[in-house]
Design a protein around this ligand. Structure first.
Ligand code: PSV
Ligand code: MN
Length: 428
């Protein structure tokens, strides 16, 4: 954990300049925007985006992996990394576990460990895309041809049991949701029947849904390709919606920004899902081509802004309480630095969306005034809201300049010292 006093000490040299920037922005927003600086800062102080346990280690591609050292060796060490992140950003207050990459022997002890560091457990993730001896009958069953969609009943049942076990583990940790992403699909046309596969998945999800405690949610996560390259069972938001509706009332759809075919209008998908009450949450990342898992907001910041505009529209002026998470792979950056930058990007899009003059926009839309509508959106999108984010972090005990602070406290060097250069975190 990074000491709070150390953070305020590091903040000291930035405080004067930040106060001036916030003051200037507050005056400008009072004049020009629909929301005040104070309201935006309050909203940002409340906001949290979860970090995935599988993204605090170095990512890789099938061509290679270049570890930077000090990778967490256990789930406790992943919690430590997220606690470090949160002490700097003050807005990553939960970790999302992936089972069996995370498979604690003593969930109660892990819960206490995390909670004592200010970290709670976000949605649980099941893994039926890799064989796991403990749930696939000691290697007698395989997910090679799918899990919930498999033609073999015994494999489908093993996958259902695994999801139920993940829910049980989540209950012990204080989580409230299960995210189901399936690799199930078809590589070669004719290899399996689209409809039969979809029906198997529907039945499996219904059974998993029945196992959810009353206060739990279940999210279906779609993805058009990879690892299946001809067809994926849950390939788009339409399939995801059908699956969620069939699974039951606690099921809704999770939108991973990297899981769309090129040029898909993700903000419109968000609008549709929200309209029918089946928008469950997000996996934030950015991409140029496919599921590139790049730093959120680094390629298409305007798209991220428009997504947040739809969210604010769905929440009638405020952000709906959904499952917000980052899902990325950090191939060449320090994962914690990339997560700091991604968290900042999410906050920027959120703050800018709050600035949109919504009644002015509705008026422009009703009057078919496309020019005015664009002026209103651009005026919010082009506002540099970073001082508001820094001020929200400062007020919540975080760092005004989190990447600089992360480097100055020497966290990476310290964990390399403790965990070694060759430690490997579980995950892809
Ligand atoms: C699949 O690409 C995905 O986005 C799902 O959310 C998985 O759980 C995660 O990445 C890790 O493989
Ligand atoms: Mn994802």
């Amino acid at each position: 954990m990074i000491d709070r006093d150390r953070i305020s000490e590091l903040n000291h040299s930035h405080e004067q300049a930040l106060a001036e920037d916030v003051d200037y922005l507050a005056h400008r927003l009072e004049r020009e925007a629909a929301t005040s600086a104070a309201e935006v800062i309050d909203a940002l102080v409340e906001f949290s985006v979860a970090a995935p346990s599988w993204a605090v280690g170095t990512g890789g591609t099938r061509f290679g992996r270049f570890p930077i050292g000090g990778e967490p060796r256990t789930t406790e060490e992943k919690v430590d990394d997220v606690a470090c992140l949160n002490s700097l950003t003050a807005s990553n207050r939960a970790i999302s576990l992936h089972v069996p990459w995370d498979d604690p022997d003593d969930p109660a002890a892990l819960k206490e460990y995390a909670n004592s560091r200010g970290i709670s457990f976000d949605a649980m993730n099941s893994n039926t895309f890799q064989d796991n001896p403990s749930t696939t009958d000691d290697g007698n069953l395989t997910y090679k041809f799918g899990s919930l969609a498999n033609s073999e009943k015994a494999v489908r049942e093993a996958a259902i049991e695994h999801n139920k076990a993940v829910i049980d583990l989540g209950v012990a940790l204080g989580s409230r949701a299960l995210t189901v992403w399936l690799a199930d699909g078809i590589n070669h046309p004719g290899q399996a029947d689209h409809r039969t596969q979809f029906e198997h998945v529907t039945t499996g999800l219904q059974e998993i849904h029945d196992h959810l405690p009353d206060d739990w949610q279940m999210y279906t996560e779609h993805k058009p390709y990879e690892p299946a390259f001809y067809a994926t069972v849950n390939f788009d938001w339409g399939s995801s919606l059908l699956l969620a509706e069939a699974a039951g009332p606690k099921a809704s759809c999770l939108v991973d920004l990297g899981h769309h075919l090129p040029n898909a209008n993700i903000e419109q998908i968000v609008s549709r899902l929200a309209m029918v009450g089946r928008l469950g949450g997000f996996h934030f990342n950015d991409s140029k081509y496919g599921d590139d898992d790049l730093t959120t907001g680094s390629i298409k910041p305007f798209q991220l802004f428009l997504i947040f505009c739809e969210l604010i529209r769905a929440g009638n002026g405020s952000l709906p309480s959904l499952a917000y998470m980052i899902d990325q792979s950090h191939n060449i950056k320090d994962p914690l630095e990339d997560l700091i930058q991604s968290t900042e990007a999410v906050g920027i899009a959120y703050a800018q969306a709050l600035l949109v003059d919504r009644s002015g926009l509705t008026e422009a839309q009703e009057g078919n005034d496309a020019t005015r509508a664009q002026e209103l959106l651009q005026s919010a999108f082009r506002t540099d809201v970073r001082p508001l984010l820094a001020e929200a972090r400062r007020r919540a005990g975080g760092a005004i300049s989190p990447v600089d602070a992360y480097r100055l406290v020497g966290y990476r060097a310290a964990v390399i010292e403790e965990r070694g250069m060759a430690s490997v975190a579980t995950g892809l």
